[in-house]
Design a protein around this ligand. Structure first.
Ligand code: MRU
Length: 352
């Protein structure tokens, strides 16, 4: 029997809440949490209860709508101040995934476009816009899955890093989408999931999602990827992305660029999968992508019963790195597969 799909974000309009799947508790427990304020939604994004670039964008869209709804009884100028203040707070929750800013810009533009209407009409329009962002993401992920699957052959070994599955999006997933679609169609893929230090999204989430779907998945520590590739077990690498610069440089979970360098060494195609909302033509190259720095305790003590590093030891904990465009064979979006040179192909794709 196919297990119940896990829903990372759901609007509970009746109770003025955003219901999220708490991803920090997986794989041990499947727990949904209702969030009733902008502060709670910001905190859930910061602590990775809701995570993955598209899922963060959807959460922010609903968060902006709910902020407007909470402020509905205020005076008109206070309503706008509360709404725009909430958008700013949500935008400050994480810096790297551009989908967050993209979704909030859509919400701000929607509010401005209905700015002369009664507040109740503005709130109704914001609800429709948040739902559109959610709905579009589902459709885009399905299209990404089809385009990605066309790059693969039955029986392929596929390596992935971090988690770009259904719970990181709205359904299907980006990098895991082609794998899950292939599973439905009997492709018999063998997947290697990097555990993805330090927060173990590969172990806790990717291995969990793929195993649940019946995919042949093998979990490896990040430093085993080279050995697995050398053994000839990997025919393609698929990863997600948090922001793709205009020249094709792609930010994704820390460790992704190392996987790309290995893939180049072994002659394995390296594909980046994401919706076009992740492509940021205003960021010319990867050097301009802001990289989130996270709490040193995530490395020092988070997963251990006792400290695994000396007290006071310096720690560097960037959450993302940038894969150079020269290492990427293709960027798979809902509109197709962009190929090098990406400066031209991405612009043409976005103008389609
Ligand atoms: O810090 P996270 O867990 O939000 O990082 C997520 C990733 O790096 C994903 O690969 C990316 O957001 C794409 S999700 C479809």
């Amino acid at each position: 029997m196919t297990p119940e799909p896990l829903i990372p974000n759901r609007l509970d309009d009746e109770h003025d809440a955003l219901v999220i799947l708490d991803q920090t508790l997986l794989p041990a427990r499947i727990v949904y949490r209702s969030l009733y304020s902008t502060e709670e939604i910001c905190r859930a994004i910061q602590t990775l209860q809701v995570r993955g670039a598209p899922a963060i964008g959807v959460a922010a869209g609903y968060g902006a709508y709910l902020a407007a709804k909470y402020a509905m009884q205020s005076k008109r100028e206070d309503f706008f101040a509360s709404f725009y203040g909430a958008c700013d707070a949500l935008a400050a929750s994480r810096p790297t995934a551009v989908n967050l800013f993209w979704a909030l810009n859509r919400m701000r533009t929607c509010a401005a476009g209905h700015g002369n209407e009664p507040v109740s009409e503005i709130v109704a329009a914001l609800r429709r816009e948040a739902e559109n962002i959610h709905r579009e993401d589902i459709a885009q992920n399905l299209a990404i899955s089809e385009h990605g699957l066309a790059l693969l052959r039955p029986g392929d070994g596929i390596l992935t890093h971090c988690n770009a599955g259904p719970i990181a999006t709205s359904r299907y997933g980006t990098a895991l989408g082609p794998i899950l679609l292939g599973q439905e169609r009997g492709y018999g893929f063998r997947v290697f999931a990097d555990e993805t230090r330090p927060l173990l999204q590969g172990a806790r989430l990717t291995a969990f999602e793929l195993q649940r779907a019946g995919v042949d998945v093998t979990l490896i520590c990040d430093n085993m990827a080279s050995a697995v590739m050398k053994n000839g077990w990997v025919q393609a690498v698929l990863v997600g992305c948090d922001r793709v610069a205009a020249n094709g440089d792609a930010a994704n979970k820390i460790g992704t660029s190392g996987v790309a360098i290995l893939a180049r060494h072994y002659g394995i195609p390296f594909y980046v999968c994401g919706p076009t909302s992740t492509v940021d033509l205003d960021t010319p190259t990867g050097e301009r992508i802001p990289i989130e720095q996270r709490d040193p305790e995530e490395i020092r003590s988070l997963w251990y019963e006792k400290p695994m590093a000396p007290a006071g030891c310096k720690i560097y904990n960037p959450a993302f790195d940038v894969t150079d465009h020269s290492l990427i064979a293709g960027i798979v979006t809902e509109k197709g597969v962009a190929r090098p040179p990406f400066t031209q192909s991405l612009r043409a794709m976005l103008e389609k």
